[in-house]
Design a binder for this molecule. Structure first.
Ligand code: 4NP
Length: 155
């Protein structure tokens, strides 16, 4: 099993959006027996909470399920549990490396570095633009699936 973890600050806007979109993509490509997906936040601010209503309505609009999504905080154990740890922005990436410390991980990637954009995923908690974030998340998920196919599934 290949395990993918999306990470943002709060685990209520960007990373649950990516989790839902990527899970649907995996389902549509019949890869659910090969790839698992989860999300977490670097902060403890929204532990136990549902995704933001803006993320929930964007996922519903595009028929992406948000079933069972509950906010949780990233832990050191995640370094061992996941093969790909995908941060939404440069601050997430710094926080992930700081937390992991000696348990540092080969595959901590900034999401949009996998695309032609090479930038942070804008945080709709602050921008209010969930569509802009959705469009970039969709592109990032397509690129991530291509990477995993190339690195893992062609073996
Ligand atoms: P996220 O967005 O990291 O994409 O989930 C945020 C959610 C909550 C807060 C900041 C960013 N907050 O300040 O509570």
């Amino acid at each position: 099993m290949i395990r993918v973890l999306f990470v943002c600050l709060g685990n209520i806007c960007r990373s649950p959006m990516a989790e839902g979109v990527f899970r649907k993509m995996i389902h549509d490509e019949r890869l659910e027996n090969l790839i698992e997906v989860d999300s977490a936040g670097t902060s403890d601010w929204h532990i136990g909470k549902s995704p933001h209503k803006g993320t929930l309505s964007k996922l519903a609009e595009f028929k992406v399920s948000a079933d069972g999504m509950v906010g949780r905080q990233l832990t050191v154990k995640d370094a061992g549990d996941f093969d790909y740890i995908i941060g939404m922005d440069a601050e997430n990436i710094r926080n992930i490396h700081n937390l992991f410390g000696d348990h540092d991980h080969q595959r901590v990637l900034r999401f949009l570095d996998l695309t032609s954009h090479q930038k942070d995923v804008p945080d709709p908690y602050f921008t209010g633009d969930f569509q802009e974030t959705y469009d970039l998340v969709l592109e990032g998920c397509q690129s991530l699936l291509e990477l995993i196919k190339k690195e893992e599934l062609s073996k």
